[in-house]
Ligand binder design. Structure first.
Ligand SMILES: C[S@@+](CC[C@H](N)C(=O)[O-])C[C@H]1O[C@@H](n2cnc3c(N)ncnc32)[C@H](O)[C@@H]1O
Ligand SMILES: *[C@@H]1O[C@H](CO)[C@@H](O)[C@H](O)[C@H]1NC(C)=O
Ligand SMILES: *[C@@H]1O[C@H](CO)[C@@H](O)[C@H](O)[C@H]1NC(C)=O
Ligand SMILES: *[C@@H]1O[C@H](CO)[C@@H](O)[C@H](O)[C@H]1NC(C)=O
Length: 272
């Protein structure tokens, strides 16, 4: 089964504005793994479920060509608008039917998207297009242990941040269960490639304003569900969280900047 979400224009716009991308360190980890198996120069990377292309543009410079793919025209439009490099292009297609010839791709990545795909069909498709010793990198981050820091009130902020995430839990798509990390772990265990690695503690830090942080959480699918079911409740949740954060920080402007840290997890595997 695959699940289709995130396709609306509004949602695509909020994605582009607020989503965080993996740190240089995470991108490096992927490249180091790839380099163990295939030698440079790397030809082609395909970033599946690329959304508005935040991850695709980070990979581009390391390959002759990067192609981001997604089912959402709105997301792809956003990606095209914000990327100028000639060797980064975007294609509209499902993850389960990738428009590439057999054995032509060095690296297949998917960032915060794999849990929406039909896993067996996607993995088969990735296997088909990967070159021998080509690699697969699937990553995501956890909503539940995001942390915020600001001066000496970081503990209080992280607690508020955790309560915000907890309030979304009941609205998670049942398809995901309580944590989509399980999806990735299961996929990791089931993967037939023997040469594989699992990484769990890759931090990404980003300086954002309080309202950016709220915007990021509002772009998550459980929040979007609350917004559809009970817009007033959604609005109140964001507003309460904002007020509590500002109060704990002792400031009044939601433009005040804080450091958001997010934990990524990542499955790396190499085709025989
Ligand atoms: C959470 S977003 C991730 C976007 C981006 N990779 C990032 O790191 O922020 C998930 C993306 O997967 C796409 N998607 C969902 N199901 C898909 C499928 N079956 N095939 C291709 N893309 C899909 C959605 O349209 C959406 O853009
Ligand atoms: C692809 O574009 C990036 C700049 O975005 C550049 O660093 C890289 O060298 C390019 N690769 C080729 C083969 O042109
Ligand atoms: C491509 O690979 C698939 C499965 O891996 C195979 O069934 C198909 O025959 C291959 N096509 C070509 C043109 O080699
Ligand atoms: C993985 O990312 C998606 C979208 O960013 C999110 O909805 C999902 O909850 C994440 N997984 C976990 C375990 O939080």
């Amino acid at each position: 089964m695959s699940v289709r979400l995130f396709e609306g224009k509004e949602h695509a716009l909020s994605y582009w504005k607020y989503r965080i991308s993996p740190s240089e360190e995470i991108i490096n980890k992927i490249l180091v793994f790839l380099e163990k198996h295939r030698s440079r120069p790397f030809e082609l990377v395909v970033d599946v479920g690329c959304g508005s292309g935040q991850g695709t543009v980070l990979l581009g410079p390391h390959f002759s060509k990067a192609v981001g793919t997604d089912v959402s025209p709105a997301q792809l439009e956003m990606a095209r608008q914000h990327s100028s490099a000639e060797n980064i292009t975007y294609r509209e297609c499902p993850a389960e039917e990738l428009p590439f010839e057999n054995a032509t791709v060095d690296l297949v990545t998917s960032m915060s998207a794999f849990h929406w795909f039909d896993h067996p069909r996607f993995l088969k498709e990735a296997d088909r297009i990967l070159k021998p010793k080509g690699c697969l990198a699937l990553l995501n981050y956890t909503i539940n242990d995001m942390e915020l820091s600001y001066g000496d009130c970081s503990n209080a902020l992280s607690q508020i941040c955790k309560e915000f995430a907890d309030a979304l839990m009941p609205y998670r798509n049942p398809y995901l269960g309580t944590t989509s990390m399980d999806h990735y772990k299961k996929a990791y265990n089931a993967l037939e490639y023997l040469d594989k690695e699992w990484h769990e503690t890759l931090q990404t830090r980003k300086t954002v304003s309080v309202s950016n942080y709220i915007g990021l959480v509002e772009s998550f699918s459980p929040y979007q569900t609350i917004l559809r079911e009970d817009p007033e409740k959604a609005r109140r949740l964001s507003q309460d969280t904002t007020e509590r954060l500002l109060k704990a920080m002792g400031v009044t402007s939601p433009d005040t900047e804080i450091v958001l840290s997010v934990r990524y997890y990542c499955l790396l595997a190499c085709k025989p």
